[in-house]
Design a protein around this ligand. Structure first.
Ligand code: IFM
Length: 441
């Protein structure tokens, strides 16, 4: 990898990211059931019906995993704290074992010189709250706020930065409209409510965090470079609708206190009554914005289908194991677009970027030049965005470890470190070594 730290501004943070349910092993330590446990238990939802019960057993192997980060020479670690681990029923009783675990984990990061970047919700909706409608229930904002207070009182004094929600589009649209993620709904009314309530919960969390004296508060949004399938006006309009739903809804709610007209045209009839009054809470000021970026998509018009009248059209660039096109220019585009259209000089972090590849261990090693090239190309895009004036402060590779890739189970390998899901043995891939060497230069 032809890169070094000196290619980036002084103080630029390099890191790797994970999420609780994807690595910890949710059956350990008194965690409560989540909607992912029950979603995975239904045939057809998840490859081989796999769940996060064991995952990478990070719950027991966290020290070795933190050592991997330290040995890579990264500056920061993006992790999440599971709601259902801390409050097994989602509200009420607190699981002290869960709090103790995160307390040890944060101390372990600090002992290794790693800056803790915490995410408060990376998809572990406690089942007891899912029973009450989860993200479709307006009360979720208050339930989430209570959890935020409990975990922040325990570790907030030591985290370097905190994000409220990871990828609200996935939490809402992917999970309630497309049905690919838990709770697996395909219902536009549930979608509109989830898309609004997830932002309301974000705003509520910002308020609770500020009241506790917490600073460096952000949110992590995912973006997908959207292009029209052709120059035909119908396809151009379809791409604008897709862009509004995926890329604009959440950032406009937060940065401007409004939702894009192209998305409201289909969602407005299904929004909860009086939603407009929540926009002040949703647009409470934040301190930084996390950008997750993986790929691009072509959108075509599907006039014979209900709103949003969209069809996916495959592109012809090389693809990752997920079938996602590799398109680094999209990352540069979103970083500069966020700065230009929404957040100005506010610090931006690339909170996730990475690729899945069918890596195999051969003679005790994993050779993945594809990943190193992907990483170098996307870091190049970050450099170009910085040169164009975007205030990008850091980059987190997704993911440190191969892990539970949600509906794809353990099949898709995103890690810098290979995990054998039988023996749980960790094997740093050649991309890990190349990344470490670039950071040491
Ligand atoms: O694994 C996920 C992660 O949980 C959220 N962002 C995208 C990743 C890859 O699909």
């Amino acid at each position: 990898m032809d890169l070094s730290r000196s290619d980036f501004p002084e103080g630029f943070l390099f890191g790797a990211a994970t999420a609780a349910y994807q690595i910890e092993g949710h059956r350990f330590g008194g965690a409560g059931s989540t909607h992912w446990d029950t979603f995975a238990a239904v045939p057809g939802n998840v490859v081989r019906a796999e769940d996060g019960a064991l995952a990478c057993d990070h719950y027991h192997m966290w020290e070795a995993d933190l050592d991997l980060l330290k040995d890579a020479g990264v500056d920061a670690y993006r992790f999440s704290t599971s709601w259902a681990r801390v409050m097994p029923e989602g509200r009420g009783a607190v699981n002290q074992e869960g709090l103790d675990f995160y307390d040890r984990l944060v101390d372990g990061m600090l002992a290794r010189g790693l800056k803790p970047f915490q995410t408060l919700y990376h998809w572990e909706m406690p089942s007891a709250l899912a029973d009450l409608g989860g993200w479709t229930n307006r009360d979720v904002a208050g339930w989430f706020g209570d959890f935020v207070e409990v975990i922040t009182r325990r570790i907030g004094d030591r985290v370097a930065a905190v994000a409220t929600i990871n990828e609200p589009w996935c939490v809402s649209f992917l999970s309630h409209f497309l049905g690919h993620h838990a709770p697996g709904l395909r219902d536009i009314r549930a979608t509109a409510r989830a898309m609004h309530h997830v932002l309301l919960a974000h705003g509520e969390a910002v308020g609770r965090l500020r009241a506790l004296g917490q600073d460096n508060i952000g949110i992590v949004l995912n973006f997908d470079h959207t292009m029209p399938a052709s120059d035909a006006p119908d396809d151009v309009a379809a791409a604008a609708r897709q862009d509004a739903i995926f890329n604009r809804w959440f950032i406009e709610g937060i940065a401007k206190g409004s939702y894009p007209a192209e998305a409201l045209e289909g969602l407005a009839p299904h929004m909860p009554k009086g939603w407009e009054a929540d926009m002040a809470t949703i647009s409470r000021p934040i301190d930084w914005l996390g950008v997750n970026y993986y790929t691009r998509h072509f959108a075509g018009a599907a006039p014979d289908q209900p709103w949003p009248h969209l069809r996916d059209v495959p592109g012809d660039l090389p693809k990752t194991q997920m079938g996602w096109e590799i398109y680094p220019a999209g990352l540069e585009g979103f970083l500069t677009r966020m700065a230009r259209d929404y957040v100005g000089d506010m610090p931006l972090f690339v909170t996730e970027n990475g690729m899945a590849w069918p890596d195999v261990v051969e003679n005790g090693a994993v050779y993945d030049p594809e990943r190193a090239a992907f990483l170098a190309d996307h870091l190049g895009a970050v450099r170009r965005a910085i040169a164009a004036g975007a205030n990008v402060n850091g980059f987190f590779y997704w993911s440190l470890l191969d892990n539970y890739e949600w509906a794809f189970g353990y099949e898709k390998r995103f890690g810098l470190v290979h995990v054998d899901f039988d023996s749980l043995k960790r094997t740093p891939k050649s991309s890990y070594h190349e990344f470490a060497a670039a950071l040491a230069r």
